[in-house]
Design a protein around this ligand. Structure first.
Ligand SMILES: Nc1ncnc2c1ncn2[C@@H]1O[C@H](COP(=O)(O)OP(=O)(O)OP(=O)(O)O)[C@@H](O)[C@H]1O
Ligand SMILES: [Mg+2]
Length: 368
């Protein structure tokens, strides 16, 4: 894109503040008190399983649902009294929601027609948006004659056309096949960087959240479990839920022994392993679980660790995954880089599993 087009696109993204927002549908709690600060130009993902409240929160920000409690502020101004079309937000709904009887160009122009922008200006803006999403050649098509990815780009162009100060995207890539999804993810990131638009991206896809976000807000059953940059969410999950929802983790029951100097000690059936310090204080003797990701377990033949035997070994090209049955009956996964020519260990081989480092082992209270 030429430099002048890029600078015309540039909006300074608005800061977004969500202050103790809660929502009930009838008696059912969809969101407990959620507080979230998003900086201007930041891309924050709302990540969580189906039904955790992602769409509800997004629609509250957009002004499509009135929250039961709490405030939404854009650039430090409360917007709760404003209807959706007065909030300077652009939204791409979970199902795109294009107007089927309008051409691509008219769909993109829609927000401006509703705002009574002068015709010449609308035309210029539509052309700019068509170029941005690379659909110049399809301006006169109806949505029904577009592929899913093209529809998705029209929805994105429509949301961006009004120069939103905040862009809200609800699972915008869910309907796309893998290759197209990757293209569109890169495209959205490019557009977002270029335009500096503050963006909230709803997804239940952890890889998408990890790869695109400045920060990830992990939601579970209407609660915010962690808000942090991707690597921190992965490396230092704030809860058992986050540890198992983002990435894979072996969850092993044990007994808490002690914590001091930033590390913890947990008894796993007679062997002691060192862990990260627990986030909330845990009393010695309490039942806990430790979480260890497959790539953080080393397979040894001697040493102090969990004893087990190989059940299965899978050579996945770049990595080798082993499934190990421990002497206590747990099934544990390991993943290690595979050197050229290496074969998985044979089923029945006795092995010892040793965590690579204490920082790679989380300790939590078991799920209720
Ligand atoms: N209009 C409604 N009336 C009653 N309950 C609703 C309504 N919309 C959503 N819910 C409920 O509120 C909870 C949160 O729904 P929400 O649509 O926000 O979830 P989500 O995280 O977007 O899920 P998904 O990933 O499946 O889109 C769910 O339990 C859902 O059943
Ligand atoms: Mg949803």
């Amino acid at each position: 894109m030429p430099q002048d087009a890029a600078s015309r696109l540039a909006t300074s993204g608005a800061a977004l503040t969500i202050e103790r927002v809660a929502h009930r549908y009838g008696n059912a709690v969809a969101l407990e008190q959620i507080s979230l600060d998003v900086a201007g130009g930041e891309l924050v993902s709302l990540l969580g399983p189906s039904g955790c409240g992602k769409t509800t929160l997004l629609r509250i920000i957009g002004g499509f649902i009135e929250q039961s409690a709490g405030r939404v502020l854009i650039q430090n101004e409360p917007v709760d009294h404003l209807p959706a079309n007065k909030r300077t937000v652009g939204i791409v709904f979970q199902n795109y929601a294009l107007f089927p009887h309008m051409t691509v160009a008219r769909n993109i122009a829609y927000g401006h027609e509703a705002r009574r922008t002068p015709t010449a200006e609308v035309k210029a803006r539509v052309a700019e948006m068509l170029a941005l999403v690379r659909l110049d050649h399809l301006a006169d098509r109806l949505p029904g004659a577009l592929s899913g990815g093209q529809q998705q780009r029209v929805a994105l162009a429509r949301a961006l056309a009004v120069r939103p100060s905040i862009l809200l995207l609800d699972e915008p890539f869910a309907a796309l096949d893998k290759n197209l999804r990757l293209d569109m993810q890169i495209e959205v990131k490019r557009i977002q960087r270029l335009s500096g638009t503050t963006t909230i991206l709803v997804t239940h896809d952890q890889e998408e959240a990890l790869s695109l976000s400045d920060r990830i807000a992990v939601l579970n059953q209407g609660r915010l479990e962690q808000l942090a940059p991707p690597t921190e969410v992965y490396d230092r999950p704030a809860s058992l839920f986050v540890n198992t929802f983002v990435g894979t983790a072996n969850v092993i029951p044990g007994t808490f022994v002690s914590a001091s100097g930033g590390i913890g000690i947990v008894d796993l059936g007679g062997i002691h392993i060192t862990t990260r310090a627990p986030i909330a204080p845990i009393t010695p003797g309490e039942a806990v679980v430790v979480c260890i990701r497959p790539e953080h377990l080393r397979i040894a033949t001697t040493g102090t660790g969990l004893q087990g035997t190989v059940e299965m070994g899978l050579p996945l090209g770049a990595t080798i995954v082993h499934e190990i049955r421990t002497t206590t009956g747990l099934s544990i996964k390991t993943a290690e880089p595979r050197a050229t020519g290496t074969e998985p260990r044979l089923p029945g081989t006795a092995v010892t599993l040793i965590p690579t480092q204490p920082e790679a082992v989380g300790v939590f209270r078991p799920a209720a």
